[in-house]
Structure formats: structure tokens, C-alpha cells
Design a protein around this ligand. Structure first.
Ligand code: ZN
Length: 251
């Protein structure tokens, strides 16, 4: 299932909140201050962190458009979790117990993809959104460019931001090692917007993106938040301590 959407010219895009309300509120505050009101979440609102209900409620209160992530569907028993590691499993069982009926219904209704005129939004991969495959190598990226027709695809899932550009005339692919990129007519793009609530690229700050169609740019940004408070909440909830430790390490 996918849903067509209309968007304004400046959009905030983020992914992988994972129940980290402290990080989410810091990023929402940033968007508010920047006057960015159209927001899209590329999935995994819940799992790992101590505030699954509160994070889902932020999405609902603010009408943030959202696609489903594997942890969101796992909370509904809709995906096989045998491949989840023991820590992820424990967090998932805890999350299932916490979520209210109405928040579970909200997660149940999430589409796998959202499509606007020039962009596709998905959690893991445009090729098989329901299989939760990672895009790690350039060969993964190349295959996936064949599976969306829009100029841009935004996703998350690996918790590591990247920008890959595909030059349409000679079909060359390259990684862009910058935080901000000017969009070129000759190229198409794959953006991993990183993780808002559990970054794994050795930077503990919340990661998110801004698409500015007026400026013709996409920016991957970081904002600091109260990591210690998020860690304390994880420990207070009796979730595995590793989930608290990794937030400070950004991995
Ligand atoms: Zn995730």
C-alpha cells in the first residue's frame, strides 16, 4: 500500500525515533524554530526507547506523515522477529506491553511507502519495502535506483546517514560526503536520513534532514539533546542497559 501526498517546499524528514522522546522533542523544536511544518517520518517510531506511546502521540498530534518500520510492525506481531538480537527482542516485548490500543491501531494503519511528486519515502528499501533489507553497498544502492521513478528517495533503517547520487546520462553512482547537497537536474538521489533516536555513526546527536525545494537542497543535520535523561528513562523502565549505554556512544 502506498499513499500519494502533497507537500510544501520545505520539509523535515527523519527516521528511527525508537521511543526516544528527548531526541524527538529536540528535533521538533528545531523544525519549529526553522518554520518547517511539513514533517515526514520514515518509520521505527517505537522499539528500544522508553517512550513508545509518547512518540506515537507526537506523530498523531502534529499530523506527521509516517511510513511503517520493521519495529513498528514487530510491535504488532506483523513481522518475524527471530532475527532480532536478544536485546532488541526484550525491548520489543516491553514495547508491546506498553502501547495503548489506540496507538497500536495507529501503527497498524501505517503505509509502507509515501509518494509525493518528486520523492518516495520508505523505511528500508524501495526495492522490497516489506522485506526490510538494508542498503549498505553501492551495489545495493544501484539496484534500488531501479525501483523508484521519483527524483529522490528518503529512507532510514540502518541508523547511518548517507547521500548517494545517480547520474542519469552515464548511470554513474557516487557517495556525497557533505552535510548539504545542491540538487542537480542531471541526478537522482538516495538519502538515508540517519536515526533521530539511536544514531549508530559514532555521533550521539539526533540526526534528521531538511528538503528545501526553493533552495534546491537537502541537508542532513544534527542537534544535541539530553542523552542522560533518555538513558535514565531506559534504566528506570528496566529495559536492557546496553540500550542506554549505546546512546552516549552513538552506536
Ligand atoms: Zn531502526
Amino acid at each position: 500500500m502506498h499513499i500519494d501526498i502533497k507537500l510544501s517546499n520545505r520539509i523535515g524528514i527523519f527516521s528511527d525515533i525508537h521511543g526516544n522522546l528527548h531526541a524527538l522533542d529536540a528535533v521538533l523544536q528545531y523544525y519549529d524554530a526553522a518554520g518547517i511544518t511539513d514533517l515526514i517520518c520514515c518509520g521505527d517510531i517505537v522499539g528500544y526507547g522508553a517512550f513508545p506511546n509518547e512518540c506515537v502521540e507526537r506523530m498523531r498530534e502534529r499530523n506527521i506523515l509516517c511510513v511503517a518500520g520493521n519495529h513498528d510492525f514487530a510491535a504488532l506481531n506483523k513481522v518475524d522477529i527471530t532475527y532480532f538480537n536478544p536485546v532488541a527482542k526484550r525491548a520489543l516485548y516491553w514495547t508491546r506491553e506498553q502501547l495503548t490500543k489506540s496507538n497500536l491501531e495507529y501503527l497498524e494503519a501505517l503505509p509502507l511507502t509515501l509518494i509525493s511528486e518528486d520523492a518516495l519515502f520508505v523505511h528500508a528499501s524501495p526495492r522490497h519495502p516489506e522485506q526490510w533489507n538494508y542498503i549498505i553497498t553501492m551495489s545495493d544502492a544501484r539496484q534500488n535506483f531501479r525501483h523508484f521513478g521519483q527524483r529522490m528517495c528518503f529512507l532510514g533503517h540502518s541508523h547511518t546517514p548517507f547521500i548517494v547520487q545517480f547520474r542519469s546520462d552515464d548511470e554513474t553512482l557516487s557517495c556525497v560526503d557533505r552535510q548539504i547537497i545542491k540538487l542537480q537536474d542531471s541526478h537522482r538521489y538516495l538519502f538515508n536520513v540517519g536515526s533521530l533516536g539511536q544514531p549508530r555513526d559514532c555521533d550521539k546527536d539526533a540526526c534528521f534532514a531538511i528538503l528545501d525545494r526553493d533552495a534546491g537542497s537537502v541537508e542532513i543535520r544534527r542537534v544535541s539533546y539530553d542523552v542522560t535523561a533518555a538513558q535514565q528513562a531506559i534504566r528506570d523502565a528496566n529495559l536492557p542497559g546496553e540500550l542506554a549505554d549505546r546512546l552516549m556512544l552513538g552506536m
